[in-house]
Design a protein around this ligand. Structure first.
Ligand SMILES: Cc1cc2nc3c(=O)[nH]c(=O)nc-3n(C[C@H](O)[C@H](O)[C@H](O)COP(=O)(O)O)c2cc1C
Length: 173
């Protein structure tokens, strides 16, 4: 699959089959995440892979009751290790680069998963403190995205995008 097929074909998936995700596929997806660019190559990402049903259920509750999170066979909590970047880039590293880098890694997860036949959804609506508590992460580790992952049990139509004419500015805004 070429990159445009993956970019255009990926959709947010919120219904999954119960089929497990073999570790080989999971590691290939996470390895793709680590190929994202990062400021100064600091690589601030951390990944918590959750398969335990009770923990997934707690994550769904922390994600403001988004039950489909618990229904995926695997849930990846993508976190930013803030000191890994702020030690080099200070406040800009903490507030911007570490989050941008981790978001880029998360996008690679979505695309790699799609290329391997899996569905994912970027879940960003959650209680940060509650998620940290569920995954047992220390204060300097910030959860950035919860990504349920599994074989898709739906094929939603692509939601519309803003037309390029509206958002592309040539030479000045
Ligand atoms: C930062 C961010 C947060 C999001 N949070 C949620 C969420 O909490 N729950 C959800 O169902 N979808 C969430 N989404 C998915 C968007 O709704 C989805 O990407 C958008 O509607 C476009 O659909 P597509 O991903 O199929 O292209 C989030 C996406 C992003 C990038």
């Amino acid at each position: 699959m070429d990159v445009f097929e993956a970019i255009n074909g990926r959709r947010s998936i919120r219904q999954f089959t119960s089929e497990d995700v073999p570790d080989g596929d999971l590691m290939r997806i996470l390895d793709s995440a680590t190929k994202a660019p990062s400021a100064g190559n600091c690589q601030p990402w951390e990944f918590v892979v959750v398969k335990d049903p009770a923990t997934k259920q707690r994550l769904a509750r922390a994600a403001l009751g988004q039950q489909f999170v618990a229904e995926a066979p695997v849930v990846i909590v993508v976190c930013a290790n803030i000191p890994r970047t702020s030690s080099r880039y200070g406040r800009r590293g903490a507030n911007l680069y570490a989050i941008q880098d981790t978001a880029a890694a998360a996008q690679n997860i979505h695309l790699a998963a799609f290329a391997l036949g899996y569905g994912t959804c970027w879940v960003g609506a959650f209680d940060d403190e509650e998620v940290s508590k569920v995954i047992g992460s220390p204060e300097e580790i910030k959860p950035v995205a919860i990504i349920p992952l599994g074989k898709p049990a739906e094929s939603p139509a692509p939601p519309p995008r803003l037309p390029l004419e509206k958002i592309v500015h040539r030479n000045s805004f």
